[in-house]
Ligand binder design. Structure first.
Ligand code: BG6
Ligand code: MG
Length: 219
């Protein structure tokens, strides 16, 4: 088996949106009378919007009606989109574009597999729409990460088998989703606590395409 496709997570792999999510979820936490820590915010990475609110409700012990939940979700997203709408291509992580261009020049197919329902809007703000052959977001599949649906749909759109795909992820939910999809994975970033990846890459300047290809040598 050889490496035929790379499926990138978006948030935390191509750009840093976690800080914007954090600001918006902190406001929601305040409404629930508790303070959201950075450590708790880490646990929201890769997790779908509704499931994030469920976690906040669990941590706060608050009980609210379904209508109140919908209201908070709407307000959270409105606040988040205000940050997103200020984004420019300057917020693409350094060296990502170079790596992606090299991968494509070697015939590797590339896709985005993101839990975010705002993925296309973010990719558009970063002016990256034409850089991928497929984009799958959290609104396109029945289940979000840690379920494998998003990555499996991305592989299908690229016409590749799961075993030919490599996922690049910064969240535990995403690495679990890759495993469930039967795909190899790379953990991206400095978090040493992430489990299940074949390799860790601190940032795009450390991404060595040949090394990633070798992960498929013995499979
Ligand atoms: C993921 C983020 O990519 O998308 C999560 O890592 C976020 O933190 C999830 O909760 C859903 O995002 P959105 O944009 O649909 O609220
Ligand atoms: Mg992520």
């Amino acid at each position: 088996m050889s490496l035929k496709a790379i499926i990138y997570d978006l948030d935390g792999v191509i750009t840093d949106t976690a800080k914007y999510h954090y600001e918006s979820w902190k406001w929601v936490a305040e409404q629930l009378d508790f303070v959201l820590t950075e450590k708790q915010n880490q646990k929201l990475k890769g997790v779908g919007r509704k499931e994030c609110l469920d976690k906040l409700l669990k941590w706060s012990g608050a009980r609210i009606s379904e209508a109140e939940k919908q209201n908070l979700l709407q307000k959270k997203n409105k606040m988040y989109l205000k940050y997103i709408d200020t984004m420019t291509p300057n917020e693409i992580f350094p060296n990502f574009k170079e790596f992606n261009t090299l991968a494509k020049s070697e015939g590797i197919k590339v896709a985005i597999g993101s839990s975010s329902r705002n993925a296309i809007r973010i990719i558009d703000k970063l002016d990256l729409v034409l850089d991928f052959q497929a984009i799958v977001d959290g609104g396109m599949t029945p289940h979000s990460k840690p379920e494998p649906d998003i990555f499996l749909l991305a592989a299908e759109k690229l016409n590749c088998k799961p075993a030919e795909c490599l996922v690049i992820e910064d969240s535990q939910a995403g690495l679990l989703a890759a495993k469930k999809a039967g795909m190899k994975s790379i953990s991206f970033g400095e978090d040493k606590g992430l489990k299940g990846a074949q390799l860790q890459i601190k940032n795009w300047s450390f991404a060595d395409l040949d090394k990633l290809k070798h992960l498929f040598d013995k499979s």
